[in-house]
Ligand binder design. Structure first.
Ligand SMILES: Nc1nc2c(ncn2[C@@H]2O[C@H](COP(=O)(O)OP(=O)(O)O)[C@@H](O)[C@H]2O)c(=O)[nH]1
Ligand SMILES: [Mg+2]
Length: 296
């Protein structure tokens, strides 16, 4: 029998550097939602990649930032916790080191784990000199096991990254069955797909004020559909109005696109119904935050 290696790899970095895009590219399926807006990822998401002789358990985290509200604090804590009990850290960056990176640098140093520096978005960097400039700016800050420039969007150099990670995996049995790709429930992934569409179609504070909960999922044997009822929670009446849009148009578009994504990803025929509810200031209410499954 072939000897297998396995291990846990935490993906950390500032908001918007492409951590979730990288997770999806590595696994080859949309596990974490992504968007051009900051703070898209709210809790840690596991993506599992099993190859012939190795199992990689990647953990995608909320971007690290100095939090202002209760939800933000939990998101930040979740990213910090994800650096415990793992084997390797992948620090994803997309520009030269700046003072604002110190916040993350200190936490990574404290974790004291082998760390790989991942330079993402090289498709946007015109020359090798630009990549080198980024690398040099980080090299003086701490010791890295390796430095790997990639493009998560174009899936370039992911093999290099996997090879670098593999060196730190540990010989032993696999943690998950070979066909597992995530520990997220289907409900959670569906709620996230709805939230992703909301992130695309709303601006400013609205996308960040939204939580999505799947209230029920039922198979309709007669017509072969999966009937899904989802509740969208916002913080203010005005946000509810924005989300619903003129004549309900925006909510309809969000629902249609989320449904199509669900059908494609889960190979289903989903019948999706969306509800919108106002729950004042929920992001500062610990009970509500945990009820919606965030911060873990
Ligand atoms: N050009 C380019 N854009 C990328 C790349 N990876 C991610 N992005 C974009 O960067 C934005 C943030 O990505 P996301 O994965 O949500 O970042 P996260 O907040 O770090 O998880 C999205 O608009 C992505 O499409 C890349 O390799 N190249
Ligand atoms: Mg993310």
């Amino acid at each position: 029998m072939m000897q297998t290696k396995s291990g846990f790899i935490t993906i950390v970095g500032k908001p918007n550097v492409g951590k979730s895009t990288l997770l999806n590219a590595l696994i080859g399926e949309k596990i974490a939602i992504t968007s051009p807006k900051v703070q898209t990822t709210r809790f840690r998401i596991t993506g599992i990649l099993t190859e012939e002789d190795a199992q990689f358990v990647f953990i995608d985290t909320p971007g690290m930032h100095k939090p202002i509200h209760g939800l933000g604090k939990l998101m930040d804590k979740s990213a910090e916790n994800a650096m415990q009990d793992v084997d390797i850290i992948c620090w994803v960056v997309d520009q030269p080191y700046r003072k604002s990176d110190e916040f993350i640098l200190e936490r990574i140093k404290n974790a004291g784990l082998p760390t790989i520096l991942v330079i993402n978005k090289i498709d946007e960097l015109p020359s090798k000199g630009d990549i080198d400039k980024i690398i040099v700016s980080y090299l003086s800050k701490m010791e890295f096991e390796s430095v790997v420039p990639i493009s998560a969007k174009d899936k370039t150099h992911l093999e290099h990254l996997k090879k670098a990670v593999k060196e730190h995996l540990i010989e032993g049995p696999l943690f998950y069955p070979e066909d597992y790709i995530t520990d997220q429930s289907q409900e959670s992934r569906m709620g996230e797909l709805i939230r992703e569409r909301i992130l695309y179609y709303t601006e400013q504070e609205v996308p960040h004020s939204v939580a999505v909960v799947i209230e029920s999922m039922k198979h309709n044997e007669e017509i072969g559909t999966l009937d899904v009822d989802a509740l969208i929670i916002v913080e203010r009446d005005s946000q509810k109005g924005i989300l619903i849009g003129k004549g309900g148009e925006k909510l309809k578009r969000i629902g249609t696109e989320a449904r199509k994504a669900m059908n494609q990803i889960f190979d289903l025929k989903v019948h999706l119904t969306l509800w919108v509810k106002v729950q004042k200031d929920w992001r500062n209410n610990p009970n509500v935050i945990s009820k919606y499954g965030y911060g873990e």
